[in-house]
Design a protein around this ligand. Sequence first.
Ligand code: GLA
Length: 729
Amino acid sequence: MAIIFEGNMFHLTTAHTLYQMGIDAFGILHHLWYGEKTDCSMQYLYNYPDVGFSGNPYEAGKLRTYSMDTLPLEYATVGNGDYRIPAAAAVHADGSCALDLRYESHKIYEGKYAIEGLPAVYADDSQAQTLEIRMRDAASGLVAVLRYGVLEASDVITRSVVFENEGAEALTLTKAHSVCLPLMDGTWDWLHFHGRHTMERQVERKELFHGIQQIGSTRGTSSHQQNPALILCEQGCTETSGLCIGAALMYSGSFQAQIEVDQLGQARMVMGIHPDQFSWKLERGARFSTPEVILSCSTQGLERLSQQFHAVIRNHVCRGSYQLSSRPVLINNWEATYFDFNEEKIFSIAKQASELGIDLMVLDDGWFGKRDDDCSGLGDWTVNEQKLKGGLAALVEKINALGMRFGLWFEPEMVSEDSDLYRAHPDWAIRIPDRDPVRSRYQLVLDLSREDVREYLYGSISSLLRENHIEYVKWDMNRSICDWNTETLPSTRQRELPHRYVLGLYELLERLTQEFPDVLFEGCSGGGGRFDAGMLYYCPQIWCSDDTDAHERTFIQYGTSFFYPVSTVGSHVSAVPNHQTGRTTSLETRGTVAMAGSFGYELDLNLLSEDEKQTVSEQVEHYRQLQSLIYNGSYHRLSDPYADGMAAWSFVSEDQACVLVQGVIYRAVPNALRRRLRLRGLHAQAHYRISGEEQVYSGSALMAGGVLLPRVMGDDVSFELYLELVKKA
Ligand code: GLA
């Protein structure tokens, strides 16, 4: 039993961790523990003095040491004497704001709860149990059902909250976070993943300080600037040792995560929809569900934590025909042609690609409407026959005849002012009457909270998919959203729009992915601007970054690897000098880096020399042979690219028999010793042979002493070692 209720305590156990809560005499739910498994109540660790200016609930009488301001509250709210960051806040009909949630009842059942209209971790009854704790604010009748999904074997606990208004009057939620997680002390570090367009998920690790530290996005998407995921870890926690807790929000809209270290040095983390752009009116009897947060805890450092997230995202978040299967090696024409192409050009790229063994031709932006640059055309999802003479179906047929599959780019959520769609439905764009809208890449955003907009998009996309043999869709989204306003809501409820937009997006994606289960959907937002567990529920891979420079990509992919499995990371070999950085790296290095993901090309292969073409065809073949190991093996970060002057990672098969080590050494150094790289995850007592060498090494030696990396000449030189187990002890 993963969930046990005993003596007013909840014990949520996973393979290696324990999550513990207790209900006190006043019905307050305390968070007692999340960490290493123990076999008793951790209540004994909590002791509170009488802290001045920390008030006491009325019924505590003379018990001045009992304060909401100091207790480790499992789900903190405003207005009840707790002055720290709340997880939830509401405004009642009378204008008051207090919320005081007390335990009412609970239930435990087999299986994992689902969330209406939102993506959520899924698992069958043998893999998960659910705990629902009903908490009630007696004065208003607002109920918060705290939901916990425990995936025991995966070391994962999910959290979500359902608010139900059982009171006599409507109220408005002004903050409704998905998780609140107290930590007994604040002497921790936290890692978050910041960046910008073409430079996503850079890793920053900081000590917690007294007060509030926070990350978030108010862009309507999860954003390039901050990823909706963070790690709290003990100071000194490394890849292989120490306690750490990860939290990934399964949401693709504006989000916030806050951590506060309070006056007693205790910490609290909350995470959910960004409250600056949110309020939600709850009529009598209405419900509101928050998105889900995936929590996981490792007592053995960051690598184990990442592996736990990789497994849960791959096995319990991603869906569809491509969830666990291999993916086609693709060629995308964007960096090869930008908007300047016709059917002959596309066919010539496809033809050359097919000769080199590539599986799928993706036609990117510019095939539709009037779209010769990024000023016009978005919204008009009909083929531009001036560019593609003979139409789309004819091109697809010709490409299929090469033995290649065909994929198409869409940016469904957008509209150009210079488009037939905008001329017909200017009211479909999100904008505030009497104000000029903010443009970004010359485009406006469609109001996905509107059913007629979703219906139009469903109709346009689904008929293209039905009428043409399209086996892949790239779902792009190329701006941040502001000017929030919709005709579908009264003025008092406009702040619901950012969340309703995301709900509309998910509804549309659900409809299309369910109707076309065999189409591979790849998410994208100017690269990785919406790289989150929410999108991964619909798209098993996401274009990781518009930066295709192999050197920069090692940092981006390093940051991405803390939460997201390599199968989700779209990664391409592109031309040099690189279009984003001007850097020139070798074809080998570009291949090695792109292979640590869902692999493809993005250049005009016709421009390569015969030798380079040969290399491409070998890379494609090589990737096919390794893809199962890359997708299914355990992923190990073997270096810190920020500190070690190189990127190095490895994949180890489940039976520890095959090991692929890859990486890039950033700078050649004259007259230096060969670098050593310690491996991980091998069978210590087994013996391994490195492909191409005679000598056999023990697993323990390879992990303690390492392998010697090649001496390199030049910068950004990649290496690859393949090891096979030859003998078990
Ligand atoms: C975004 C994507 C690119 C490409 C362009 C097309 O930037 O990330 O891969 O599709 O849009 O406009």
